[in-house]
Design a protein around this ligand. Sequence first.
Ligand code: NAP
Length: 371
Amino acid sequence: MKIKFGTVAENITTRKEFPLKKAQQVLKGKTIAVLGYGIQGPGQALNMRDNGFNVIVGQRKSTKANSSWMRAKKDGWVEGKTLFGIEEAADKGDIIMMLVSDGSVPQVWKQIEQYVTPGKYLYFSHGFGLVYNKLTGIKPRKGVGCVMVAPKGSGTSVRRNFLSGAGINSSYAFEPNGMKAKQVEDVTKAIGIAVGSGYLFPTTFENEVTSDLVGERGILMGALAGVMEAQFETLRANGHSPSEAFNETCEELTQSLIRLVDENGMDWMYGNCSQTAQHGALKWRPEFKKATLPVFKKLYKSVKTMQEAKEVIRDTGCPDYKERMLAKLNELHNHEMWLAGAAVRSLRPHEAAKGGSDSAGWGGRKVVKAK
Ligand SMILES: NC(=O)c1ccc[n+]([C@@H]2O[C@H](COP(=O)([O-])OP(=O)(O)OC[C@H]3O[C@@H](n4cnc5c(N)ncnc54)[C@H](OP(=O)(O)O)[C@@H]3O)[C@@H](O)[C@H]2O)c1
């Protein structure tokens, strides 16, 4: 259906137009092999399994506690039946879902290319593998349908929103690559519905990877954490307590304001706060925009010139990546703001009752150590 987003009308596919029953018909008899059981892998694989699709998981084996392999077993995937090594799963799959880390794609592609034969579909949740094929080496043979469904949220949310019934919005793109376009489009949309998307909106592989890399480096994670730290540290340097600095920087945002922005928009938020807050926010908004606009322009250029992709492959494709990242993740974990945050979260009535927010339940790797 056509929906107007501001001034531009876009074609949206909802579960009404493409119900789960239709998705099940389109994918009937097909084995869906999810390669990688990191963050997106579990979310999408479990949702599809619960939705009645024929899903298997391909994951490199490890007996280490909390390894992806062991987490897959814990989630009910059975070795030799629904859980295999990466190559075996790729061999068995009609739809091969590349949900390994982007940095490992060049290596994994070499392992599985022989199994990605005409008539099969190669799926991604990111444009990375195909758009940067000069770096990843991915050039599917003619007759392999290339499809992408990119959930606009963490794999943890893909699962949680599925369980709550909310769903998560995803963008989609497809490249028939010698197959019938309508058939590939239907398979793309069917997977989008199968993994639990709320609605699907069209994009291109190129636009997806560009906006996604900018978004996560920008407002969604990089900019957000950076701006939060800047405010927290300013308050702390001026004698405010960690608790006060955290509440004014993060807690009020996540527990109150952003929820209202989610429900009603920022315009409503500006109209429904104190006059003091409204006056000050209207005055300082352009200052922050002016200060950060050059950084966003620099970031966009770094993505467009493939600098970001080159660094991802160089730095995350190496075997000791996890150990090397741990130091940086530990630094973030042990920042006074997030230590204060853990204490603030443990005081929330519902968290205190269940023993702290670390017992958050499904999803998430434990990767950091407290000091
Ligand atoms: N994270 C998100 O929420 C999100 C959101 C939207 C789209 N995406 C896209 O979804 C895809 C998967 O992302 P992700 O975040 O779930 O991935 P991830 O957590 O970064 O990837 C982890 C998976 O890749 C495997 N892996 C890493 N190096 C490997 C290697 N050398 N050989 C074989 N397997 C290897 C890991 O196995 P081990 O555990 O054994 O290392 C694990 O199964 C990416 O294209 C990403 O851009 C992710």
